[in-house]
Design a protein around this ligand. Structure first.
Ligand code: SAM
Length: 263
């Protein structure tokens, strides 16, 4: 009898693995150091692992490996040294910022995020549109970009812009209140698109949307480096992998498409 009891104790003890972790529950891995900050010349870390405890039960796409995510080569973040290109003469004629804001339906009183705001080319028209009752979170990983943006905000006497210095895989937006998160020429640069898109869910208001504006890779006339262009097929694949639905695709810009995503 004693021998039998001992065997039972041993069997029970051996079968006990680590406690199951609920979705959204923090684990010790979640407190490990964040991935290294990306500066202008950094490239995405191929070895970084997704932080545990991300609150999404819907999708767990594999992280990028060797700078490739779901078959797409990631672009390195554009350095602040090239900021003048963002404010180049003639950009308005192809980028049409006010038309883009019309397509998205940005209006007075909204809380919006200009994600990867750069020198603020979109931040300023967004801030004017949402007005004093609204708010623009201007998010970037480069303090130099936010400094350039800050000068424009001051010059325009805008009081509704909050600069947010983010980490590459930590959007750092307030929870549950952002109506639109706009990425203009940024999504293809994300070091961890899987993490960023998953974490953004927490920032969105109940009717919130994420919007990507990306150069068309299908069009050979678009004179942009291959990693800075994306196909619609690829964008759909990546959106769906993180549980978003492509709600609307607008092809009215000459070189880019506007993709509106529901979480
Ligand atoms: C090509 S610029 C576009 C700037 C602006 N959206 C525009 O259209 O003028 C891309 C910007 O995205 C920023 N960026 C890249 N990865 C980011 C990330 N993970 N989080 C926040 N900003 C990021 C870069 O620092 C850079 O300022």
């Amino acid at each position: 009898m004693k021998k039998l009891a001992l065997i039972v104790v041993l069997l029970v003890g051996c079968s006990r693995g680590p406690m199951p972790q609920r979705v959204g529950e923090a684990s010790t891995a979640a407190t490990s150091p964040a991935p290294p900050a990306v500066g202008p010349s950094s490239t995405p870390s191929p070895t970084a692992q997704p932080a545990a405890g991300i609150a999404s039960a819907r999708a767990t796409p594999s992280p990028p490996v060797g700078g490739v995510y779901m078959g797409r080569r990631l672009a390195a973040p554009m350095g602040h040294q090239g900021a003048a290109w963002l404010d180049r003469d003639g950009r308005d004629t192809v980028q049409k910022p006010n038309h883009v804001l019309d397509v998205i339906g940005i209006h007075e009183g909204q809380k919006v995020a200009d994600f990867g705001a750069g020198s603020g080319y979109f931040t300023i028209p967004m801030a004017k549109r949402v007005g004093a009752a609204g708010q623009v979170y201007a998010v970037d990983i480069q303090p130099e970009m936010l400094a350039l943006l800050g000068k424009k905000v001051t010059a325009e006497k805008l009081t509704n812009v909050t600069p947010v210095l983010a980490k590459p895989s930590e959007p750092s937006l307030p929870k549950g209140i952002v109506d639109v998160v706009l990425f203009v020429d940024v999504y293809h640069e994300l070091e961890r698109p899987d993490l960023t898109m998953t974490q953004l869910r927490d920032a969105l208001s109940p009717t919130g949307r994420v919007v990507w504006v990306e150069y068309r890779a299908e069009d050979p006339k678009v004179a942009i480096k291959p990693e800075h262009k994306t196909t619609l097929v690829q964008l759909r694949k990546e959106a769906e992998a993180v549980g978003y639905t492509v709600e609307k695709v607008d092809e009215s810009l000459p070189e880019q498409r506007i993709v509106i995503l529901a979480p």
